[in-house]
Design a protein around this ligand. Structure first.
Ligand SMILES: NC(=O)c1ccc[n+]([C@@H]2O[C@H](COP(=O)([O-])OP(=O)(O)OC[C@H]3O[C@@H](n4cnc5c(N)ncnc54)[C@H](O)[C@@H]3O)[C@@H](O)[C@H]2O)c1
Length: 267
């Protein structure tokens, strides 16, 4: 289904690794809705992932960038403006990585060097992208910037570990930078708090399968899929949401409003 909601718009999509990635679905839907985009991921992900395949399919240039490198990000922004033929209308930040979770260090024994790296990759990278886009004036008026987050920023999910702090910081950056970008040229900045989704990053969380089915039962509409998330992103990149900014928007089938669900108790 396409309503050409993004006809004529130019965007940058971070974080498509393979066809399970949320960003993969978003990139496909943005192009189906009429946008032209560039794709980006860390150089190592370009070697192991399938983003080049997606680039060919969508006729989108793939520009490598480590999201912790100011030089890489500057190059990404300037090259994207060049390749797409003008300023940018939307950006999706879909980057997450916990070094402590990956190395199986529990939350009560964090290695702080790894914690710094986690915060840098998963949250500060969002500020870096926005700061550079602001400084180099690459965003069109009334543009839209989104990042993906999880409800562990507000509630306790013990195995989500240090990613809870990463997401809390990410959401705070959206509010704070949202203010400055709105004042500068009406660019809006929001985060989407997505249901658990079966992807490489998602499956890295301990006990993910149980987590996924618990959330699916707790949510009256069930877990939101990557494809549904892509539709929501399209709406937020479109001109129909021009006055929505500095928000954390739940896209979770109702999970965030639930107290008790009898089905979870087997009733
Ligand atoms: N899967 C879930 O359950 C879920 C739920 C809510 C939010 N999210 C968020 O959605 C976003 C996308 O994750 P996903 O679930 O699609 O998994 P994914 O593994 O497909 O995507 C994560 C991406 O981050 C990229 N990345 C890691 N380090 C990077 C770096 N230094 N520079 C640039 N890119 C880097 C990876 O290469 C990968 O493409 C993340 O922010 C994640 O936290 C996921």
């Amino acid at each position: 289904m396409s309503n050409q909601l993004l006809a004529g718009k130019r965007g940058i999509v971070f974080g498509a690794l393979d066809e399970k990635s949320i960003a993969w679905a978003v990139a496909e839907q943005c192009v189906a809705e009429g946008a032209t985009i560039t794709l980006t991921n860390a150089p190592v992900a370009l070697r192991f992932g399938k983003v080049n395949e997606l680039g060919e399919k969508l006729n989108a240039k793939v520009i490598p960038a480590d999201a912790t490198s100011m030089d890489d990000l500057t190059n990404l922004l300037t090259e994207s403006v060049d390749v797409l033929g003008g300023k940018i209308d939307f950006i999706l930040h879909a980057i997450g990585m916990s070094i402590n979770v990956r190395k199986k260090k529990s939350y009560t024994e964090l290695n702080y060097d790894w914690h710094h790296k986690t915060l840098d990759i998963s949250a500060m990278s969002f500020h870096r992208v926005m700061q550079l886009a602001y400084e180099h004036d690459v965003m069109n008026d009334w543009g839209s910037i989104l990042a993906l987050t999880y409800i562990a920023a507000q509630r306790i999910f013990p195995d989500y570990s240090e990613m809870a702090e990463s997401k809390a910081l990410l959401e705070s950056y959206a509010r704070s930078f949202g203010y400055h970008f709105a004042k500068k040229n009406h660019v809006r900045v929001n985060t989407i708090s997505q249901s658990p989704t079966i992807t490489t990053a998602g499956s890295g969380v301990k006990g993910f399968d149980d987590f996924f089915s618990y959330s699916d039962k707790m949510s009256p509409l069930g877990n939101a899929s990557a494809k549904a998330c892509a539709d929501y992103c399209v709406m937020l990149f479109s001109d129909y949401t021009r006055m929505v900014t500095m928000q954390n928007l739940y896209h979770d089938g109702g999970f965030s409003m639930m107290g008790m669900e009898p089905a979870v108790l087997g009733k």
